[in-house]
Design a protein around this ligand. Structure first.
Ligand code: FES
Length: 180
């Protein structure tokens, strides 16, 4: 059996109905494996792209934000101010609404505190009579300067830097850390 007339068998073709293209089974499997690898690569890359977007394309992680006209605030009083946090992501929507506690210490000085308890982030309320910030979740208590008076909070309330610019009180917002 040295010289057979038999021709090597041609690999069966798989029909793909894009047009009239015919490719071999091996080529088809290669194509499937390239598409799957690309898909898996894309899934793996999404967190890295998200990270790059957040840290390189979102302009700032801190910003000065107006919270009201200077004249509106009475010396010695602690009030809640609501503002829109511009340091987040463009699609934050209503989640970008924040509240802070603001106190006019004297004519030209203010103190501002994040409302988030440093234990697990519940909003603290100001008890003017007792001059304390109280957390309703686990009984955390803070003095008027934001330092911890009792309960589980591990740190003082986050303080925002404040300034007065063109008759407006501004606070510098950025990430607020909690344990939770
Ligand atoms: S969240 Fe405030 S004490 Fe736990």
């Amino acid at each position: 059996m040295c010289c057979s007339d038999e021709q090597p068998k041609e690999e069966p073709k798989v029909a793909i109905n894009w047009s009239t293209v015919l490719i071999s089974r091996t080529e088809f499997l290669k194509l499937v494996s390239v598409v799957c690898s690309g898909f898996i690569g894309m899934i793996v890359a999404i967190p890295a792209i998200g990270f790059a977007f957040e840290y390189f394309l979102v302009p700032s992680r801190e910003d000065w934000i107006k919270v009201g006209e200077l004249e509106k605030f009475e010396p010695g009083k602690t009030v809640a101010v609501v503002f829109r946090d511009t340091t987040g992501l463009p699609w934050d929507g209503d989640c970008a609404k924040r509240t802070a506690w603001l106190r006019r210490v004297d004519e030209g000085n203010f103190e501002a505190f994040a409302v988030n308890c440093t234990h697990l982030g519940c909003p603290v309320r100001w008890e003017a009579g007792a001059e304390l910030f109280m957390c309703p979740c686990h009984g955390g208590v803070y003095y008027s300067d934001g330092s911890v008076a009792g309960g589980p909070p591990p740190r003082p309330l986050h303080r925002y830097p404040t300034r007065i610019a063109k008759g407006q009180v501004e606070i510098k917002v950025g990430p607020v850390l909690t344990e939770g």
